[in-house]
Design a protein around this ligand. Structure first.
Ligand code: KG4
Ligand code: ZN
Length: 344
C-alpha cells in the first residue's frame, strides 16, 4: 500500500526574514516564501530586534497565506506544522512559533519545535539527499562551526569560532566600508573588482592545530587599515579591502576545513563535505571548499543560495525528518534565545 504523502508547513522568524514554506514527503518544495526586512534594517546597518519582532508580526500571516497559495493547498491539507523555536532573536521567535502553535491547535495537527541551526544542518539532505554521516561547515551570521552530523539530532561540534561568527565579520567590515546591509553579498560584489593581494590581513589561530577559529582580530586589522587610509578611501581602496578580507576569510576556512576533516575521520566515515548558512552562498568560499574536498576525495555539497540563507523550507524539512522519526513536541514548548546543536 502506498504511504500517505505528508505535507509540512514550516515557519521561520528567528532573525530578519519572515519565512513560510511547504515541503512534502517526496522532498518537493511546494512553496518557499521569504519576506525580507532588509529595507527596515538598512538605515541601522544591522538587525534591530524590536523592529524585527514587529515586522514578523505584520508579515507572518501574509507569508503563510502566500505559501498556501503558491503550493495550491489549503490549511486542511497540511499534516504537520513546524516552526523555529530558537536560537535567535526571541521576539521574532515568539511571534512565529505562537502563530504556528495556534494553527496546530486549531487544526489539531502535530506541532514540531525546530532548532534553526538544525534546519541549516539538514538542508543538504533536502536538496541533495546526502546520507548520514557527513561533515558540515555551518557559516552564518550567528555561527561558524564544524559539525559531525551523525544522524538526526546527533551532532558533534568539532570546532567553532572563539569570538565573532564569520557572517558577523562580513557584516561589520561592510559597515566600516559604508556598504549596504546585509554585508556579505556587498563585500562579495566589491571584491570582484578588487585586488585580493593588496593587503595582507592576519589569519588568527591559523596554526592552532585544530578547527577552532577567530575572526575578531581580522576585523580589527581591517578597521585599522581603513583608519590608516583615512578620508582618502577611494572606491578602488574599498574593493581592495573587500577582496583582501574575503581572501583571508576563505584561506582561514580552507585550512580549518583540513583540520576538521582529520578530526571528523576519527569517528565517522561518510565522505561528504557539506556547507550551509548565509555565508555558504559566497562563491570564493564555495570554490575553496570544493578544492579541499577534492584533495581528500570527498564529495562537496552546497545547497542553492536561496536555501543557504534563512528560509522556511529548511524548517519544514527538519519538521518532516523529525515527524518521520516520531519526534513530536508539545504545544507548550518554550522558545529559546540560546539553543545549541549539541543540546538536541
Ligand atoms: O544563515 P543566515 O541567512 O542567517 C543566520 O542564521 O545568521 O546568514 C546571514 C549571514 C549574514 O551575516 C550575511 O552577511 C551573510 O550570511 N552572507 C554572506 C553572503 N550572503 C549572505 N556572506 C558572504 N558572502 C555572501 N555572498
Ligand atoms: Zn540562519
Amino acid at each position: 500500500m502506498l504511504s500517505k504523502n505528508i505535507k509540512v508547513l514550516g515557519i521561520e522568524s528567528s532573525c530578519d526574514d519572515t519565512g513560510a514554506a511547504i515541503v512534502d514527503s517526496n522532498l518537493r518544495i511546494l512553496s518557499n516564501i521569504v519576506i525580507s526586512q532588509n529595507e527596515q534594517h538598512k538605515p541601522f546597518k544591522g538587525v534591530v530586534p524590536e523592529i524585527a519582532a514587529r515586522s514578523h508580526m505584520e508579515n507572518v500571516k501574509l507569508a503563510v497565506n502566500n505559501a498556501l497559495l503558491e503550493a495550491d493547498v489549503s490549511l486542511n491539507d497540511i499534516d504537520v506544522i513546524a516552526a523555529t523555536c530558537g536560537p535567535g532573536l526571541i521576539g521574532g521567535i515568539i511571534v512565529g512559533s505562537m502563530f504556528a502553535k495556534s494553527i496546530a491547535s486549531v487544526l489539531q495537527k502535530p506541532f514540531i519545535a525546530i532548532n534553526h541551526l538544525e534546519g541549516h544542518v539538514l538542508t543538504a539532505r533536502l536538496t541533495n539527499n546526502v546520507p548520514y554521516p557527513y561533515l558540515l561547515l555551518l557559516a552564518s551570521g550567528g555561527h561558524c562551526q564544524y559539525v559531525a552530523v551523525l544522524g538526526l539530532g546527533r551532532y558533534k561540534i568539532l570546532g567553532q569560532t572563539m569570538d565573532d561568527a564569520v557572517g558577523e565579520a562580513f557584516d561589520k567590515v561592510a559597515k566600516m566600508l559604508n556598504l549596504g546591509f546585509p554585508g556579505g553579498p556587498e563585500i562579495e560584489k566589491k571584491a570582484t573588482m578588487g585586488d585580493e593581494n593588496r593587503f595582507a590581513f592576519p589569519m588568527p589561530m591559523i596554526n592552532s592545530g585544530n578547527c577552532n577559529m577567530s575572526f575578531s582580530g581580522l576585523k580589527t586589522a581591517v578597521r585599522l587599515k581603513i583608519e590608516q587610509i583615512g578620508i582618502n578611501l577611494s572606491d578602488q581602496d574599498i574593493c581592495d579591502v573587500a577582496a583582501s578580507f574575503q581572501k583571508s576569510v576563505t584561506e582561514i576556512i580552507a585550512k580549518k576545513t583540513k583540520y576538521a576533516i582529520e578530526s571528523y575521520e576519527k569517528f565517522a566515515d561518510g565522505k561528504n563535505l557539506v556547507t550551509a548558512g548565509g555565508v555558504a552562498s559566497n562563491k570564493l568560499l564555495r570554490s575553496c571548499l570544493a578544492k579541499v574536498a577534492e584533495n581528500y576525495s570527498y564529495n562537496f555539497v552546497a545547497p542553492p543560495v536561496k536555501l543557504c540563507t534563512d528560509n522556511a523550507a529548511m524548517i519544514a524539512f527538519a519538521g518532516l525528518e523529525r515527524f518521520n522519526a516520531g519526534k513530536i513536541d508539545s504545544i507548550g514548548f518554550k522558545p529559546r534565545a540560546r539553543w545549541g546543536l549539541e543540546d538536541l
